[in-house]
Design a protein around this ligand. Structure first.
Ligand code: ZN
Ligand code: ZN
Ligand code: ZN
Ligand code: ZN
Ligand code: ZN
Ligand code: ZN
Ligand code: ZN
Length: 520
């Protein structure tokens, strides 16, 4: 079908503008099934950690030192800690983590300050008040303890400093460590506290440092599912599982392989970035300056930036066509890679150009608000949001397809016949999705002049809204197809992807830094 027919399909049955709504975009808090994530800054880290400590202190009636030792042992997984507590009891829980509770804590009070203690490390008698007894009842002189603590901290064992007694598994009291070390080395004591604090990030599978370079100082905490993509308040969006850029619907492993291949191949071939291409009709050089991959030459002919075929705006060329047996294997492999790479790259470049476009669109919006008095331009921002998230998904979908239908990863998972069928199914989804993304892109790029006419704005508005919904629907079907029909059907599947979100990568909200219920 041609361009106009397709448009008729989408626009005809919606005669009244006022009924139009975006069906698929919901604010974050409405998506209960999806993980929500929060930014932890250096200011809120203490509050975040304290919140968990408090829960364990209340549950087990223990002090902060024991709560922290337990949580560090269970990698800050409160649910796991509670499960062990319920299933195996307090004694088991404590023994595992190296926590000893003092049974008769007033044992030592009968000793007078003049009585002495024999230190088993330096083999000397010291005054009672110059020695310290740990929870495990082992006593050593303060000098020896201090040496021990300093060495352990310097060697990076701050979070699990054990008692000096042979085979004693007890973790030393952090307040004793802090107190003794600060008398000798104030800075090291501060470092010790820092290490304890950052354990909450570094040994917690639900919290990770933002991988921004230079580092923004933030960490991100997710709830429940670690298979997700998050956006830090510094602006970086990343995959929470592998800390690389957000790459769904590509799996982490596929993305790792792809980036490696991408690096290697670009070294081999020394591909240059081409900003101009010659129009296939009149051969004049044409520069691409928008995101839309269907560009129009001065001669009036539109052509596809990727494959250079002169076609209408309804063009799609993302299907891989096998060149047949005439081409030898090496060249065929390269040909195949280039097919996917070029499309991956084209959408990636388009995304960058469209991000630039965002500024222009903002200008358009303020222009319109002044000129026409129209206040409602939410639809244009939402349309752009759909366009960005779709571009991103499209780009990565080519890296995905390269591995999904290649021989590298799933050679033994599908028969040739099965693969052919699945590839067709996927490409059907992908190509319809892609064609509509280009249409949406073209619409969003409409020149400013059109916005000075009221009726034109209304027409663009309804088109953008309808097309955004269509694009979102296709994007979701592509994710569904990948998750269920393709990856879901593999026998042993290590390829998981972050689930589809209508509004793209989730932006983490900032965690409050106030210590609401911190004890003394
Ligand atoms: Zn000693
Ligand atoms: Zn001990
Ligand atoms: Zn960040
Ligand atoms: Zn990943
Ligand atoms: Zn031309
Ligand atoms: Zn386009
Ligand atoms: Zn093309």
């Amino acid at each position: 079908m041609d361009d106009s027919e397709a448009e008729c399909d989408y626009y005809s049955h919606n005669s009244s503008d006022d009924d139009l709504e975006f069906d698929d975009i919901k604010p974050d808090h409405q998506c209960h099934s999806l993980p929500s994530c929060q930014v932890i800054t250096s200011d809120s880290l203490l509050a975040a950690q304290w919140d968990v400590l408090q829960r364990v202190m209340d549950l087990l009636m223990v002090g902060v030192h024991h709560a922290r030792t337990l949580l560090i042992h269970y990698h800050w997984d409160v649910d796991k800690l509670v499960t062990v507590f319920v299933e195996k009891g307090k004694d088991h829980l404590f023994a595992e983590a190296g926590v000893k509770m003092i049974n008769c804590p007033d044992l030592g009070t009968y000793l007078s300050p003049s009585s002495t203690v024999f230190c088993n490390v330096c083999m000397e008698d010291v005054r009672y008040n110059e020695a310290t007894q740990m929870d495990c009842q082992h006593s050593f002189c303060n000098n020896c303890w201090t040496e021990h603590f300093i060495m352990q901290i310097r060697e990076g064992h701050s979070r699990r400093i054990k008692c000096m007694s042979h085979k004693c598994n007890t973790v030393c009291d952090e307040s004793v460590i802090r107190n003794l070390v600060s008398k000798r080395d104030e800075d090291l004591a501060k470092k010790f506290d820092r290490f304890l604090l950052e354990s909450y990030i570094e040994e917690n599978k639900l919290v990770k440092w933002c991988p921004s370079v230079p580092h923004c100082g933030n960490a991100i905490r997710v709830e429940g599912d670690v298979l997700c993509e998050v956006g830090c308040t510094c602006g970086l969006q990343f995959c929470f599982s592998c800390l690389s850029e957000a790459h769904s619907p590509c799996s982490c492993l596929m993305w790792e392989l792809w980036t490696k291949k991408w690096r290697d191949e670009s070294l081999n071939l020394n591909w240059i970035k081409i900003n101009t291409k010659n129009c296939p009709s009149c051969l004049k050089p044409v520069e691409k300056n928008g995101g839309c991959n269907i560009v129009r030459c001065v001669c009036g002919k539109p052509f596809c930036w990727v494959c250079l075929q002169a076609k209408s705006y309804n063009h799609a060329c993302g299907r891989y066509v096998d060149p047949g047996d005439s081409v030898e294997l090496i060249r065929k492999a390269l040909y195949r890679y280039r097919h996917y790479y070029e499309r991956f790259k084209a959408h990636r470049d388009s995304l960058n150009l469209e991000t630039e476009l965002e500024k222009t669109v903002r200008k358009k919006i303020s222009f319109c608000e002044e000129e026409t008095g129209l206040r409602e331009f939410n639809w244009l921002e939402k349309g752009m949001c759909v366009l960005f998230r779709s571009r991103r998904a499209l780009s990565y979908s080519y890296a995905f397809a390269f591995y999904m239908f290649g021989d590298e990863l799933f050679k033994n998972d599908m028969s040739k016949q099965e693969k052919k069928i699945k590839q067709n199914l996927f490409e059907d989804q992908q190509q319809q999705f892609e064609a509509n993304v280009e249409k949406l892109s073209k619409l969003v790029e409409e020149p400013l002049e059109k916005y000075s006419v009221d009726d034109e704005v209304k027409a663009i508005r309804s088109k953008v809204m309808i097309l955004s919904n269509v694009v979102s629907k296709f994007c979701k079907s592509m994710y569904d197809c990948i998750e269920n029909d393709l990856l879901g059907s593999l026998r042993c599947n290590i390829h998981n992807i972050a689930p589809y979100r209508s509004d793209g990568v989730e932006r983490a909200s900032e965690l409050s830094a106030s210590l609401t219920n911190m004890g003394s």
